[in-house]
Design a protein around this ligand. Sequence first.
Ligand code: ADP
Length: 177
Amino acid sequence: MNWSINESAFEHFILILINPLSETQLMKKAIFPGSFDPLTLGHFDIIKRGVTLFDEIIVAIGVNASKKYMFSLEERKQFIEDAFADESKIKVMTYKGLTVDFCKEIDASFILRGLRNPADFEFEKAIAHTNRDLAPIETVFLLTSAGTSYIASSIVRDVIRNNGDYTKLVPKNVRVK
Ligand code: ADP
């Protein structure tokens, strides 16, 4: 029997032995939760910049049965999948219930959120504190980029409803059929 083992596999094995955490826990996995009705250039910017901080980002579409959406869940998911088709570190999932419960379910230790203005800050602060009370999950905030700070899904929906040119506000693949 050949017991030889290549050097990098050996280093990997030693790393797992000396580190009490499992390999999955070593990975920095974040979720970016939202409605994404639809995905905008504001979301796109936060996710792209988040990729530099985490090993994996799960764009998590929260399903709220009592909320009316302009785009179906399938359309919203497809928009995100197509926009990040060549980014292996970005995945799209849907979830129901508490965001922290979903984090536990998929072993994510971080929640990524974007901040546009003081109103976002106040809103996000309350949610982040509540989440910290519920679970040991850190919320990481990225400040919006200057060029996309005014964009919100609600504004995009308004422009679409009134037949305006929404294409400058969303990634190229996000189009009304
Ligand atoms: P929800 O409506 O369910 O809060 P959104 O889809 O509006 O979800 O937003 C999801 C996340 O994206 C939030 O953290 C929000 O602050 C962030 N976000 C939305 N638009 C922008 C933007 N233009 N710049 C930075 N962050 C943004």
